[in-house]
Design a protein around this ligand. Structure first.
Ligand SMILES: Cc1ncc(COP(=O)(O)O)c(C=O)c1O
Length: 308
């Protein structure tokens, strides 16, 4: 748990081995305390970069191709040349995992920025070094929240914007929009923020995607204003494959408050139960039956995907 014992969607058991991990920085594996980038790096200066969170099971990265699709699409959309092929990135991931002796229970943050700037200003042409590529891999066993405590959400004033402002589909280094939302949720006494879209429909949370369960149906937002999470896609896929009615649709807080279950999705924690929205209880404080079923189906999908 974090310092204030407040649950978040990214809590993991403390693992002292993480103090001595090796971090990949532009092809070099360096001890954590020496893993640094330039203060002129465009990721540091502007949040001008893209990242992926991946999870290692049984020596394999779950849904690697989906993550690579998103990374390459995102970088292409902002003219950020990764300078490596998918295969080379997979090799860098393998090299980092090997250097850290990791084959499972590991989470990776793969980051690509536009690189070092010649001068400390915004213009992308000032980034002339080539990209900065960093891979942080940590031993990571997420805290199991299925039996509680689940996450308390508060709806916040900060919304996910229209795609022609900053498209929420980008997993960009700059997460200021989400950070502001999370601060607002904390100020409201909650753990994470439930964010609406520009039309007032329920959209997503500051760091995960959001689902509700109503009368045996699973609902999530249309996907037009949120990061289209890989886990979100897989939850929809397992529902469809197993005859669970699932809908990507507009719905409001009216329906969210009346849901029988709600849960978050993300690579880090898979599925995380939500126990309240704006102080209104959802379910009985633990994961509901549909959340548990989806969790089991997702685990099975991961197992099949990462089988040896
Ligand atoms: C804002 C946001 N939403 C959702 C997600 C979950 O995405 P995924 O399921 O691909 O991990 C993330 C994770 O990167 C995120 O940053």
């Amino acid at each position: 748990m974090n310092n204030e014992e407040r649950p978040t969607a990214h809590d993991a058991e403390d693992d002292p081995r993480n103090r001595d991990i090796k971090i990949y920085v532009n092809g070099e594996l360096v001890p954590r305390e020496r893993a640094v980038v330039s203060v002129y790096d465009s990721g540091f200066m502007l949040g001008d970069g893209m990242w992926e969170g991946l999870r290692l099971y049984n020596g394999r990265w779950a849904f690697l191709e989906d993550h690579m699709d998103r990374l390459f699409d995102s970088c292409r959309a902002v003219s950020l040349d990764i300078g490596m092929t998918r295969e080379e990135i997979a090799e860098a991931l393998a090299k980092t995992a090997e250097a850290n002796g990791m084959t499972g229970d590991a989470h990776c943050r793969l980051m690509v920025t536009r690189g070092i700037k010649a001068r400390p200003f915004q213009h992308p042409s000032l980034s002339r070094s080539g990209p900065t590529i960093v891979i942080i891999m940590e031993h990571s066993r997420p805290v199991d929240r299925m039996e509680g405590p689940g996450i308390r959400l508060a709806t916040v004033p900060q919304v996910r914007g229209l795609p022609h402002a900053q498209d929420a589909k980008f997993n960009s280094h700059s997460k200021l929009n989400c950070v502001i939302a999370c601060l607002q949720a904390e100020a409201a006494g909650a753990d994470e923020a439930l964010m609406l879209d520009p039309h007032g429909f329920v959209n997503t949370t500051n760091s995960c995607n959001f689902f509700i369960v109503r009368r045996g149906e699973v609902w999530t937002s249309t996907g037009d204003y949120c990061m289209n999470g890989v886990t979100r896609g897989k939850v929809i896929e397992v529902c469809r494959a197993n005859g669970i009615p699932v809908f990507e649709k507009n719905y409001s807080l009216y329906e969210a408050y009346g849901a029988q279950e709600a849960f978050l999705t993300g690579t880090f924690g898979a599925q995380t139960p939500v126990v309240s929205i704006d102080g209104k209880a959802i379910g009985d404080g633990t994961a509901g039956p549909m959340t548990r079923r989806i969790r089991a189906l997702y685990k099975e999908l991961v197992r099949a995907e990462t089988a040896g």
